[in-house]
Design a protein around this ligand. Structure first.
Ligand SMILES: NC(=O)c1ccc[n+]([C@@H]2O[C@H](COP(=O)([O-])OP(=O)(O)OC[C@H]3O[C@@H](n4cnc5c(N)ncnc54)[C@H](O)[C@@H]3O)[C@@H](O)[C@H]2O)c1
Ligand SMILES: [Zn+2]
Length: 705
C-alpha cells in the first residue's frame, strides 16, 4: 500500500500544461487561478480545495522564477486578488491590506527558514542576539479593516484587491464582539484615527449549528466556516448577517494617528496588541513573544497539537517581527510584508474519489449516507469515509459515486463531504437512493413531512437502536431502573445478553456477574431495581417504549384519554387525533409503531414478564380533584421529591407549570424556595407546604392565605 496521499484525481481542474511553450503555460495557470479566485473571493463559493489552489499557485511561482520575463502585473503572484461585489460601495484603503508569504513546509524548517531570511535581510551576524517575534494564530476567516475616528466605528471594509475593498459597515455593526465606541483605558488614550485590522470568522460550533438548521429544513449548507462568514459579511441585507453568528479577532493595524501628532508611541507589535485588547478588541489568547527560531518551532508544534481543540478554524500560525523599527527596515515585497510569514498546517479540505455510498443507522434510528473514499490525508489524519448527512445534501451537492469530492475534517467533527470538484463524469452513474428498508433490521424506513432525515421505524427491535432504546427504557422518567447505566447497557447489548427489552426481566444473577467488573452486590441491586420497576404506571410504560414523538406529556395525555394500553394500541388514526395536543405526525408515529408486529410482541412479552400498571376504563378512575388547576413547585420538600410531587399533582389532574403567573392557582414551596415564592407572594397566589399539598390532593381546599 502506498502511504496516505492526495490522489491526483483533479478531473475537473484543467490539466496542468506541461509540454507547451512556457508563455502558454503561464497564461493557462494565471487564468485558472483567476477563475478560482473569483469563485472564492467574489462569489464566496470555491469549487476546489485551498490545497489545490495552492498547488497551482506554486506551479505558477516556479514557472515565473524560471522565466522572470513571463511575469505580468496582473499575475496572482504579484497582487492580491479580490474584487468589489456589485451593490457594496468601494472603499480605498489608507494603508493597503496585504497578503502574507506562506511557508509551505509544514515542518519545523518553515520557521527556521523565515528566521534565517529575516536575519540576513537585517544584516545580522551569527554572533548577534536572536530576533524577537510575536507568534500568532492564522485565523481562517476574512480580513477586515475597522476604521475608528475619535473612538467611534465609522467604517468597516473588506480587503478586496488590497487597495480597494468593500464597505460592509452595516453588517459588521451586527457583530457583538466588535466595539462600536472605544474609551481610554489605563491611561492609554484612543488615537483620533485608528484602523484596526483583524479577522472576521465563524466559530466551529456556530457553523455546525447553522448548517444543522439548514440541513433540518433540507436547505443548502455552507462549505466551511470561512465561506459562511464571508458570505454573511458581504450580504447587502444586514438582517441576514445578523442571523449568522460571527466573531472577530484583532491582529494588526492600518492607518493610525502618528506619535508626532498625538498617537501612541509604541515600539513593538506586542505593545499594540495589548493596547487593542485593553480598548476592548478580542485578541486571541494563544499569542506569544518568541525569541529566536526554536521558540517559533515550539509554538508551531504546540498549536499544531492543540489545533483540533480550538473552537475555530486556523490554517496555520503567523510569525511577525516584534520591533516596529525592524519591520520598517524589512519593508514589503509586491504583495506581502518581509517581516511576517504564515506557517501552515496540513489542509483541512482535500479532494479524493468517492468509491461508494453506505447507509448507517444511528442510535436514534436516523439513516445517514456515508461516503466510502479513496484514502486521503486531511486535517492531519487519513480519512477513508465521510458523512453525507442526508439525501437532500447528496442532491444539493450533486454527489455521485465515482466523483472527485472535497472532504473536510476540522477539529473533532466527523469528516464530511462538502462538495464535488467540477468535472465531467466519464460514465452514467445513477442518482443515490435511500433504502426503503432499514439495512440493519429490515423495518420500514420513513421520512416525515417537513423532515430531511430518513429513519428506521424498528425502534427497540432494531439492533442499531438497541442501546439507546434500553437506556431510554431504564431512564428515570421512564421505568426508572436504577443502576442500569451507560456502561452496563453497553456490555449487555454488545455481549448479546439483551436482544430485546423483555430480556432485561429475564436477567439472572449469574449472567450479570459474568460481566466484567460486575460485583455481586451491584448485580443484586440491579435485579432489585428491575423487580421494583415491574410495578409502574401506564404513562411511564408508554413513554418508556420510545415511540417517536411520544414524550412524557403525550404519554400522559394518551393514558388519560384511553385508559388502557390495549385501547391505545388498537386506536385508529382519527381516534388518536381526538387526544388533546396529538397532531397528525404524532398520531401516525403511534400507529406506525403499533402496526409493526415485532413491537406488539415486545409489549406482550413485557407484560408476560410481570410488568404491570393500574388501568381501567376512563370512567372508572378516581375523580380528578385538581382538574383545571395550575400548580408551581419550588424549593425542596421534606419527603417528596420534585418528580414525585409532580406525578401526584398530575395524577390528580393538575397542570404543573415552571413559572408563577396570575394564572397560577397554587405554589408549593419547600426549603430554599427562591424567586418563585417571592413572585407568588407578590401576586397573592396561595402558597402551600408539603402538608398543604397532601391536603389539597385529598380534596381539601387550603386555608386562605
Ligand atoms: N479554494 C480556492 O478556490 C481558493 C482561491 C483563492 C484563494 N484561496 C486560498 O486563499 C489563501 C490565499 O489568500 P491570501 O493571499 O489572502 O493569503 P492568506 O489568506 O493565506 O493570508 C493573508 C490573510 O491572513 C489572514 N490572517 C489570519 N490571521 C492573521 C494574523 N494573525 N495576522 C495577520 N493576518 C492574518 C488575513 O486575513 C490576511 O488577509 C490560500 O489559503 C488559498 O488557498 C483559495
Ligand atoms: Zn432498523
Amino acid at each position: 500500500m502506498s502511504p496516505p496521499h492526495t490522489p491526483d484525481l483533479f478531473g475537473g481542474a484543467e490539466p496542468m500544461p506541461q509540454s507547451e511553450r512556457p508563455a502558454e503555460a503561464a497564461r493557462a495557470l494565471r487564468e485558472q487561478l483567476h477563475r478560482w479566485a473569483h469563485q472564492y473571493y467574489v462569489l464566496d463559493a470555491p469549487t476546489v480545495p485551498d490545497a489545490e489552489y495552492d498547488r497551482v499557485y506554486r506551479a505558477l511561482q516556479a514557472l515565473e522564477a524560471e522565466h522572470p520575463d513571463l511575469i505580468t502585473p496582473d499575475s496572482p503572484t504579484q497582487r492580491v486578488i479580490g474584487a468589489v461585489l456589485d451593490g457594496l460601495a468601494p472603499v480605498r484603503h489608507a494603508v493597503p491590506m496585504l497578503s502574507i508569504h506562506t511557508e509551505t513546509d509544514t515542518e519545523a524548517s518553515g520557521a527556521i527558514a523565515f528566521d534565517q531570511r529575516v536575519r540576513r535581510e537585517l544584516g545580522l551576524a551569527e554572533s548577534d542576539p536572536p530576533v524577537e517575534y510575536v507568534a500568532e494564530l492564522k485565523f481562517d476567516g476574512l480580513a477586515m479593516s475597522l476604521r475608528y475616528e475619535h473612538g467611534r466605528l465609522v467604517q468597516a471594509a473588506t480587503r478586496g484587491d488590497g487597495e480597494v475593498g468593500e464597505d460592509v459597515t452595516h453588517n459588521i455593526r451586527t457583530i457583538r464582539q466588535i466595539p462600536l465606541v472605544l474609551t481610554t483605558v489605563a491611561g492609554q488614550p484612543v488615537p483620533p484615527l485608528l484602523e484596526v485590522r483583524g479577522e472576521v470568522y465563524m466559530r466551529r460550533d456556530d457553523f455546525e449549528a447553522l448548517n444543522e438548521r439548514q440541513r433540518e429544513h433540507g436547505d443548502k449548507t455552507f462549505v466551511n466556516p470561512r465561506n459562511a462568514a464571508a458570505g454573511a459579511v458581504r450580504q447587502l441585507d444586514s438582517g441576514i448577517s445578523a442571523q449568522r453568528p460571527l466573531s472577530f479577532f484583532a491582529y494588526g493595524l492600518g492607518a493610525v494617528t502618528p506619535a508626532a501628532e498625538g498617537g501612541p508611541a509604541f515600539a513593538t507589535h506586542h505593545e499594540w496588541l495589548m493596547a487593542l485588547k485593553a480598548w476592548g478588541f478580542p485578541v486571541a489568547q494563544q499569542l506569544r513573544l518568541a525569541t529566536g527560531a526554536q521558540a517559533l518551532v515550539a509554538f508551531h508544534r504546540e498549536i499544531g497539537a492543540a489545533r483540533d481543540q480550538l473552537p475555530f478554524d486556523i490554517d496555520g500560525v503567523v510569525y511577525k517581527v516584534n520591533r516596529l523599527d525592524l519591520q520598517r527596515d524589512l519593508g514589503f515585497k509586491t504583495r506581502e510584508p518581509r517581516w511576517a510569514v504564515a506557517h501552515k498546517y496540513p489542509a483541512q479540505e482535500m479532494a479524493t474519489r468517492i468509491d461508494g455510498i453506505d447507509v448507517q443507522v444511528g442510535r436514534t434510528g436516523k439513516l445517514t449516507p456515508v461516503a466510502r473514499l479513496a484514502p486521503v490525508f486531511v486535517g492531519g489524519v487519513t480519512v477513508t469515509n465521510a458523512t453525507l448527512h442526508n439525501l437532500f445534501e447528496i442532491r444539493h451537492k450533486g454527489v455521485r459515486v465515482g466523483d472527485t469530492v472535497i472532504v473536510r475534517r476540522a477539529g473533532d467533527v466527523i469528516p464530511e463531504v462538502v462538495g464535488v470538484m467540477p468535472g465531467a463524469r466519464t460514465a452514467y452513474v445513477p442518482n443515490f437512493r435511500m433504502p426503503r428498508q432499514c439495512p440493519v433490521c429490515g423495518s420500514a424506513v420513513v421520512r416525515e413531512k417537513g423532515e430531511a432525515n430518513h429513519r428506521c421505524t424498528g425502534g427497540l427491535f432494531c439492533a442499531a437502536q438497541r442501546k439507546a432504546a434500553v437506556l431510554h427504557f431504564a431512564s428515570r422518567r421512564a421505568m426508572d431502573i436504577e443502576g442500569l447505566g451507560d456502561k452496563l447497557v453497553e456490555q449487555l447489548v454488545d455481549g448479546q445478553v439483551i436482544r430485546t427489552l423483555p430480556d432485561l426481566y429475564r436477567l439472572g444473577l449469574t449472567s450479570l456477574i459474568a460481566l466484567e467488573r460486575m460485583a455481586e452486590k451491584s448485580a443484586q441491586n440491579v435485579l432489585a431495581a428491575l423487580d421494583t420497576s415491574r410495578q409502574t404506571t401506564l404513562p411511564r410504560f408508554l413513554f418508556a417504549l420510545g415511540i417517536r414523538h411520544v414524550g412524557e406529556a403525550t404519554a400522559k395525555d394518551l393514558a388519560r384519554h384511553f385508559g388502557t394500553l390495549d385501547a391505545i394500541m388498537d386506536a385508529p388514526l382519527d381516534a388518536l387525533l381526538g387526544v388533546p395536543d396529538v397532531g397528525p405526525v404524532v398520531a401516525q408515529s403511534i400507529r406506525t409503531f403499533f402496526d409493526q408486529p415485532h413491537n406488539r410482541e415486545v409489549v406482550e412479552q413485557l407484560r408476560a414478564c410481570g410488568v404491570h400498571w393500574p388501568e381501567g376504563p376512563v370512567a372508572e378512575r378516581a375523580p380528578q380533584v385538581l382538574a383545571g388547576k395550575t400548580v408551581v413547585l419550588t424549593g425542596t420538600l421534606p419527603t417528596l421529591s420534585r418528580d414525585a410531587a409532580r406525578e401526584l399533582l398530575e395524577a390528580a389532574g393538575a397542570k404543573v407549570a415552571g413559572s408563577v403567573s396570575k394564572k397560577t392557582h397554587y405554589v408549593v414551596a419547600g426549603e430554599e424556595a427562591g424567586s418563585k415564592l417571592a413572585k407568588a407572594q407578590e401576586l397573592g397566589v396561595p402558597v402551600l407546604d408539603e402538608e398543604g399539598l397532601r391536603a389539597l390532593l385529598a380534596g381539601q381546599a387550603p386555608d386562605a392565605g
